[in-house]
Design a protein around this ligand. Structure first.
Ligand SMILES: [Zn+2]
Length: 418
């Protein structure tokens, strides 16, 4: 009996001990940016408990047992979003051909590659990403679950699994080896195949559906896309549509997709149509330097960047909602996946987009598109403590986002250079 009592007491003590040790962190923020409002508050205190923000404001008392992080000389803001990543895919100068990658890199290798890229993204300041396919056989799901289970560091991931596309996907297949298009794509031409592809993706862990609309001469019609959107939405998943052509983007907008990816051939009329239908543009706005890493020469890079820049200026003028997405799938000397992804802010600056709008595109808008706005994307009580700090205020100088000095995700410090 005594033993039982002793055990009970021990358990009770452990419980109380755990309870009283609930991790409380207090951050002193010299400046605190609210990207949604485009405003800055000074001398703020953020109280974080069990990974979530409990209170924010000036003059908030700091609990005596709190761990204090002093960012009085920095600007604090929500963690950044990249709504178009390919973490488990890397195109190198030696390995430009996607077929070659599919044949030589098994899914296990792709997952390990993704682990490195995820860490780099997080350390650069991207606390949430939407990963839109090209992950072998669901390396993205494995990576997402490993991050969620705390096995490896990385951003919160909304992953697409395998890309759904008309026969051939983004390839020009050869008839002796048509299976070479797998495992990157789920070919779906009929409505039955579309349902099957969506359900297979969901079963294997996809949290968003990605379709390729128009990389072949035969493209998905607006009816096809509406059919896919209805099926995905019934299951609670959004649809991202890769669009290379004007017609493809028009079909995607009419079909009711949640986002158009790339969309660099969108005319003003199609941009307006997409805006009217509430479609978000994830423009993957390549800066010239990033375009050079695609390895097709400086002339191509200039042209490619120019097309994106022009479309970005027009998209801003039309007023379509945009979310930051980079499409970094390539390696470059001296760069990480994260430093490459943040370099896309250069295109926004070049397009003359005010810093406050760029920041909203990188946080508030992206959180809404990903459907995580009630959990992430702002520094407000009740949300997860995903936040970063920069030496300058990004509302004054957006380039300071290239020098993120502090990263916290789910209340856990990932990086600090203090
Ligand atoms: Zn892409």
């Amino acid at each position: 009996m005594k033993t039982y009592k002793a055990s009970f007491l021990l358990i009770l003590m452990c419980f109380l001990c755990t309870f009283s040790l609930a991790q409380v962190t207090a951050i002193k923020a010299g400046k605190l940016v609210d990207p949604e409002a485009g405003t800055t508050a000074v001398n703020q205190v953020i109280i974080i408990e069990n990974g979530k923000i409990k209170a924010v404001g000036s003059g908030i008392p700091i609990p005596p047992d709190a761990a204090v992080i002093n960012l009085s000389n920095s600007t604090v803001l929500p963690g950044l979003f990249d709504a178009h990543t390919h973490l488990c895919y890397t195109n190198t100068p030696e390995q430009r051909n996607q077929f070659f990658i599919d044949m030589t890199e098994p899914t296990a290798y792709r997952a390990i590659e993704g682990t490195k890229n995820a860490k780099d993204m997080l350390e650069t300041g991207f606390t949430t990403v939407r990963d839109v396919g090209n992950n072998g056989r669901y390396a993205d799901t494995a990576l997402r679950e490993a991050i969620e289970n705390g096995i490896v560091p990385g951003p919160t991931m909304i992953n697409a699994g395998r890309i759904i596309a008309p026969f051939g996907g983004q390839y020009r297949l050869q008839p002796d080896r048509p299976e070479l298009g797998n495992p990157e794509y789920l070919f779906a031409d009929t409505h039955d195949e579309m349902i099957k592809a969506i359900r297979e993706n969901i079963q294997f862990g996809a949290l968003v559906i990605k379709i390729v609309v128009d990389d072949q001469k035969y493209i998905y019609s607006s009816d096809d896309i509406k059919f896919i959107v209805d099926e995905a939405h019934r299951a609670g998943l959004k649809v991202a549509a890769h669009c290379m052509t004007t017609e493809g983007a028009r079909n995607a907008a009419l079909g009711g997709v949640d986002s158009i990816e790339h969309g660099f051939r969108m005319t003003d009329e199609v941009l307006q149509l997409a805006k009217d239908r509430g479609v978000v543009l994830v423009g993957t706005d390549f800066p010239e330097k990033a375009a050079e890493y695609l390895g097709q020469g400086p002339e191509f890079a200039k042209f490619f960047h120019g097309v994106f820049l022009d479309r970005l200026k027009r998209a801003y003028r039309v007023g379509i909602t945009m979310a930051y997405g980079t499409d970094t799938f390539f390696a470059a000397p001296g760069e990480t996946r994260g430093t490459l992804a943040i370099s896309y802010i250069d295109t926004f600056q070049e397009a003359g987009i005010p810093a406050k709008d760029t920041l909203k595109i990188m946080t508030t808008n992206a959180a809404r598109l990903l459907g995580v706005e009630k959990q992430r994307g702002a520094i407000k009580p009740g949300l997860f403590a995903d936040l970063i700090a920069t030496p300058e205020n990004p509302l004054d100088n957006i380039q300071t986002l290239k020098h993120v000095s502090f990263v916290m995700k789910n209340g856990k410090v990932i990086k600090t250079s203090r």
